[in-house]
Design a protein around this ligand. Structure first.
Ligand code: CUA
Length: 164
């Protein structure tokens, strides 16, 4: 069978592109940890305020668990509750988050914390905050006219440093 030269190039290009995309997808899924919620924990998004633990959003110190703090976070157009987070450096933190309306994102820029918050589902992430600094939290899912205004701050602080 004779394949025209240009057609052969296109076939190689097409197959190559496919392979590149599959590699990118594989690396982000297995190495980068990008994946959808495991969907095991569901919630009535219209009653988020009444359902524990979301009836008490905030940073809670916990005892006897594998982590030191639980951050209970509620997103809605166009803000997060609590508005600002402050956690001592070196803490192991379990983030538990959901949304009251549409899909929002919860990305802590410069870290591996990046969750998609979907109505009806609870997203979780356990991680250790090991570097002092102020991190910008951004909503990375387009959620409406106020999307660009939807951000917050995570302060990772050194409790022994009195200068701040
Ligand atoms: Cu919330 Cu974009």
């Amino acid at each position: 069978m004779h394949i025209h030269k240009y057609e052969k190039w296109w076939l190689i290009f097409g197959t190559g592109t496919l392979i590149v995309f599959l590699i990118v997808l594989g690396v982000s899924a297995f190495h980068g940890g990008t994946h959808p919620n495991n969907s095991k924990w569901t919630i009535n998004y219209e009653k988020v305020d009444e359902i524990a633990p979301f009836n008490n959003p905030g940073i809670h110190k916990v005892e006897g668990k594998d982590w030191d703090y639980e951050v209970v976070l509620v997103a809605q157009a166009f803000a997060y509750t609590p508005m600002e987070l402050e956690i001592p450096v070196g803490s192991k933190v379990r983030f538990i988050a959901t949304t009251k309306d549409v899909i929002h994102g919860f990305e802590v820029a410069g870290t591996n914390i990046n969750m998609m918050l979907e109505p009806g589902y609870v997203s979780e992430k356990i991680t250790t905050v090991d570097k002092v600094g102020e991190y910008t939290i951004v909503c990375n899912e387009y959620c409406g006219t106020g999307h660009t205004l939807m951000y917050s701050t995570l302060k990772v602080v050194d409790p022994n440093d009195n200068s701040n």
